[in-house]
Design a protein around this ligand. Sequence first.
Ligand code: WT7
Length: 636
Amino acid sequence: MRNYQIEDLPDYFKQYKKSIKNPKKFWDNIADKNFVWYQRWSKVVDYDMTEAKITWFKNAKLNIVKNCIDRHLAERGEKTAIIWEPNDPKEEALYISYNDLYKRVNKTANILRDLGIKKGDRVCIYLPMIPELAITMLACAKLGAIHSVIFAGFSASAVASRVNDCGAKMIITSDGSYRGSKVLDLKSIVDEALEKTESIENVLVVKRTHNEIKMKEGRDHRMADLYEKASEDFVTVIMDAEDPLFILYTSGSTGKPKGMLHTCGGYMVYTGYTFKNIFNYKENDIYWCTADIGWITGHSYILYGPLCNGATTVIFEGVPTYPQPDRFWEVIEKHKVTQFYTAPTAIRSLAKESTEWVDKHDLSSLKVIGSVGEPINDEAWHWFNDHVGKKKCPVVDTWWQTETGGIMISPIPFVTPTKPTYATLPLPGIQPVLMDDKRNEISGNQVTGNLCIRFPWPGIARTIWGDHQRYKETYFSAFPGKYFTGDGALRDEVGYYRITGRVDDVIIVSGHNLGTAPIEDSINQHPAVAESAIVGYPHDIKGNALYGYVMLKEIGEGRDRDNLKKEINQLISDQIGPIAKLDKIQFVSGLPKTRSGKIMRRILRKIAEGDFSNFGDISTLLNPEIVDEIKNERLG
Ligand code: WT7
């Protein structure tokens, strides 16, 4: 990035003011100076926040891969683009240069095209954290196909519903994956998923493990066979700034997952710009984000943001505790990592271990450390700051969402003074507002409210795939004219933001967004279950854990309740994935409901937390007596 490194606090305020006063000029300048375009835009931004119609860089032509790879070849072709660190430390790390990445992406793009993939087609990618995950995404982008990465921990039905929702023509998977001491068989999950889908024409299989897999003649192809023959030359497909780049599914508070659609131009500008500033990126840095590429964090800050800046990005296949709880620290020392970006849940679980695990490694290469995915509690913040950053590295607590494409509120290292548990200040171009429940804007400081954003930014998702109405209703109708985040926030006396958590029915467990509705839907499919309600309650490591209230069709005396609990969790695991399993299940004879039939989750949440102090007014409930019953059973 040629300009727009924010220098100091006065410079931040200056940039911020400019960006609000004249957002068009601000983004025009960033887009123009730091990216390569085949054709410039005719208009920077066009928006209607009521109809949820947003366009950035209208009529501009580009390809994000040209920005992520091709343009770096002349200056830094032999520089390492990707360091791949395998699950097992005994296996060798892989260093992929920009030149090498260029060739691998071209070969892969040719393979996809030969299998009939063209611009606009959807390709699902269900791969572990291996280089091919990044390479196939880039190959899709180079060819104009829309990738939809499905986190490799999701179950066959979750895969099927995503494939069906986006109508993917191809799915790319592997013979298996290594995660800690486990070997998973991804291919058979895909085979099972494909029994419930129609659109897939070809399956591309990458070899990673020694799993024996079944190959279906005509449908399944081994990547290795095609790779040898594929040409290293590929002519980049020219994309419009508003052409889709990818779809990524995220949980909603109701119904099926939402396929958030991100487009080429705005997403590139926003991730490139934010990466540079939030990680204080400099040419020789070694940057590591521990997220899975299957989530937005990996898309924006393992792949696109870093590569757009010509950075070296680490892709780690394993888990923090394998083979021992010092794996993260060992990898930082081994590769001399300069920026380390991880999640509060990982920090909390490693903070439980003896500090000797951290102390025995040389972490002096670190410059900036970051956190993302959920509110970071005070204790975790300090542990991270003291033991990992050694009080020398600014902690960037970055708040953002799948929907926002990139980081929205975060300290800028060496610029914004940090404050534990606070995401601090918005990035230039971002205008947060706090709203009360009556839709009034809350002005002033030392206030809390519903967090909204007033003006569009280039990285915002443009729609929900196939359901624009839902996009409009979910994000633009609660507070008309504004984007509603679903989070609550507090603004302190100096204007710093602290995100207090979701105000809707999404629960964040170990940094994974889970909607209550899809989990309840799976539970309700159990033949013995009449109705259920899920709430979150605080958990030391996961942040939140899931508590399920389950009402059986018959009182169910005599039924083996432990067995029922197992069956319920198995159902959830099959339909969504093991991450959505319930930590506690309480069988109840009814659920507290309002007269309009809405479950009073507020009360259920308090009971789950073990807080029986004040349930508020329950007299308007349809069945107020049930509250005492549930409470007593919880105690009993
Ligand atoms: C939700 C979005 C953004 C990438 C990972 C999650 C919560 C995220 C923070 C933070 C407090 C945070 C919010 C948000 N969240 N970062 N630094 N402090 N809360 O993406 O799965 O779309 O989840 O994660 O509740 O709405 P996502």
